[in-house]
Design a protein around this ligand. Structure first.
Ligand code: ZN
Length: 342
């Protein structure tokens, strides 16, 4: 455990990216005082929360995991904290608006209006649509590969990247699922699952970009590319989950992996003579615009639509186009391999 901790600390120092854990809003002393008061009394002003009433003796146990309170109590505690954060934020933002202030972020997120207990309904809806599009893309790819394109005599597919695209589809559906859950209810568990699955997807799609763009088909060479990226991604996920959920650092890591794969695809689209490189170009350019939306973050319009939600909206048509490219690629590779064998 000590060695593992030391490695994590070393990695974090190596990165020299000691971002701030706190956003401007939750560093504010009045907000902090409100939160502390709320977690004790279970009330913000007139509003009180059911979840804030803990076990009869009311004390928290700090033992090993098997001595701790059951999960539902933990969930209650998270719910209590969530409600306290939300109502303290509303209270604080109202005061700030009266004094003519601009909205600020709380715990890495903008102040949103809840709808039926859903924290960011627009982001949830777009996440669900993204999930649906990814599923549709995957199914159409599957049908093309197994039912429309010719198979080898041993029933294998000619397309060499098929397994990789299947993993990509599963990781991306997983990421959109947890994104929808996280944006509807932001507690420690959903937050970690959301960030971890997004990092896993980005890491895997970086591997996929390298393997496809450099046409790496040899198993040993594939492993050599995948292992360092997987090691880095695993370390980063463990750092976020067990050491420090650092939004700033995570943003930088995700941006670096996102920009790297966009560059790889862009250079490949520019240099190869792939028949559907135009689709690739559109995805790369619009993907870069979506990344810009994530960076030039702005507060939510009317408390609902922020840059993050708009970014999710742009990825819906992009995902559709992207799977179109994947299907074209499968057809292109299969037909050129068939020509070779004839
Ligand atoms: Zn999100």
């Amino acid at each position: 455990m000590a060695l593992y901790r030391r490695i994590l600390i070393f990695v974090s120092l190596m990165c020299l990216l000691r971002g701030l854990d706190a956003s401007a809003g939750d560093a504010d002393p009045i907000y902090k005082a409100c939160l502390e008061q709320c977690e004790k009394s279970g009330c913000v002003g007139e509003k009180c929360f059911q979840h804030c009433k803990f076990s009869s003796d009311g004390k928290q146990i700090d033992g090993p995991w098997y001595m701790q309170e059951p999960l539902y109590l933990k969930w209650k505690q998270w719910d209590c904290r969530g409600d306290c954060r939300y109502y303290c934020m509303l209270f604080r933002e109202e005061e700030r608006m009266k004094l003519g202030g601009e909205p600020v972020k709380y715990h890495g997120k903008w102040p949103f209006q809840r709808v039926h207990g859903i924290q960011e309904p627009v982001s949830v809806a777009f996440s669900a649509l993204n999930l649906a599009i990814q599923f549709h893309g995957w199914i159409s790819f599957f049908i093309l590969i197994y039912y429309k394109l010719p198979l080898m005599p041993n029933k294998n597919t000619y397309y060499e990247y098929m397994g990789l695209w299947h993993i990509y589809a599963i990781l991306s559906m997983n990421a959109w699922f947890w994104s929808a859950v996280f944006h509807s209810r932001d507690v420690e568990l959903t937050e970690k699952l959301n960030y971890s699955s997004a990092v896993a997807l980005l890491g895997f799609s970086l591997i996929l970009a390298i393997l496809r763009a450099f046409n790496i088909r040899d198993e040993a060479a594939r492993v050599m590319v995948a292992v360092p990226v997987l090691a880095f991604v695993t370390t980063h996920i463990m750092y976020l989950n067990f050491y420090n959920l650092d939004y700033g650092l995570n943003m930088k890591v995700c941006l670096a992996m996102g920009v790297a794969q966009l560059l790889i695809w862009a250079i490949w689209a520019g240099t190869s003579n792939h028949p559907s490189r135009r689709k690739l170009w559109i995805v790369v350019v619009c993907g870069a615009l979506a990344l810009l939306l994530e960076i030039y973050d702005f507060p939510p319009f009317k408390g609902f639509v922020d840059a993050h939600a708009l970014c999710y909206a742009t990825t819906i048509p992009l995902a559709y186009l992207w799977w179109g490219f994947v299907r074209d690629d499968a057809e292109f590779r299969t037909s050129s391999l068939l020509k070779k064998t004839k």
